[in-house]
Design a protein around this ligand. Structure first.
Ligand code: C5P
Length: 212
């Protein structure tokens, strides 16, 4: 069981994944990308359009590495690490993430993986980690950035993918609130921070909660 849990939420392009992964690496912690679970389920649904949500959940055989240096996601025997990042999967994910049965399953799955982590701590990132999955985390952070900056970081200015990303954020924020920080959650706005400064800010907050 990882003792020190760092929960990080935020919208797409806030730097959440890269910053979370690097912070985990430097702290010697595990790293859990909860979005990967939603993406893998969306891909499972695209592969099996004949199945209902209940059937998809029953047959969902998913694994994810908690090593920040070796991201690997599998569906059954198949390595889907790259395929869950495609535009096709991304555009199917918000719809499935809206289903209460899906959220209940992903919540349990994330908590089980946090409990099973054998490192001294774990960085868990997503949309509802600070509020639903790990409201008792040692440190909770909301990472944001202005929309134009988030799109630019992904190289998406003026493209169709930019519209998809905006649509995904809009749809996701109807399901869980991740644009404003809940009480006790540190807000880190990375609009004017580069990668290194963003990681440094997370590590500084670790020291703040450890030593006051
Ligand atoms: O973080 P990422 O962009 O990979 O997340 C993919 C999708 O999974 C999000 O757009 C959202 O619909 C869903 N998600 C969620 N709750 C989380 C993590 C991801 O609803 N904790």
């Amino acid at each position: 069981m990882a003792e020190f849990v760092i929960a990080i939420d935020g919208p797409a392009g806030s730097g959440k994944s890269s910053v979370s992964k690097e912070a985990a690496r430097r702290l010697g912690f595990g790293y859990l990308d909860t979005g990967a679970g939603y993406r893998a389920l969306a891909l499972h649904g695209l592969n099996h359009p004949e199945l209902t949500i209940e059937e998809l959940l029953e047959s969902f055989d998913y694994s994810i590495s908690l090593d920040p240096d070796a991201a690997k996601v599998t569906l059954g025997e198949q390595d889907v690490t790259a395929e869950i990042r495609t535009e096709r999967t991304a555009s199917a994910v918000s719809q499935i993430a809206r289903e209460p049965a899906v959220r209940a399953m992903q919540l349990l799955d994330a908590r089980n993986r946090i409990s099973a982590c054998d490192k001294p701590g774990i960085v868990v990132e997503g949309r509802d980690i600070t509020t639903v999955v790990a409201p008792d985390a040692s440190l909770r952070i909301l990472l944001t950035a202005q929309e134009a900056v988030r799109l630019a970081r992904r190289g998406l200015e003026n493209s169709e993918s930019a519209e998809n990303l905006k649509a995904r954020d809009a749809s996701d924020s109807k399901v869980v609130e991740f644009m404003t920080a809940a009480e006790g959650v540190y807000l880190v706005d990375t609009t004017d921070l580069d990668f290194e400064s963003s990681v440094a800010e997370v590590l500084r907050l670790v020291e703040v909660v450890k030593h006051g």
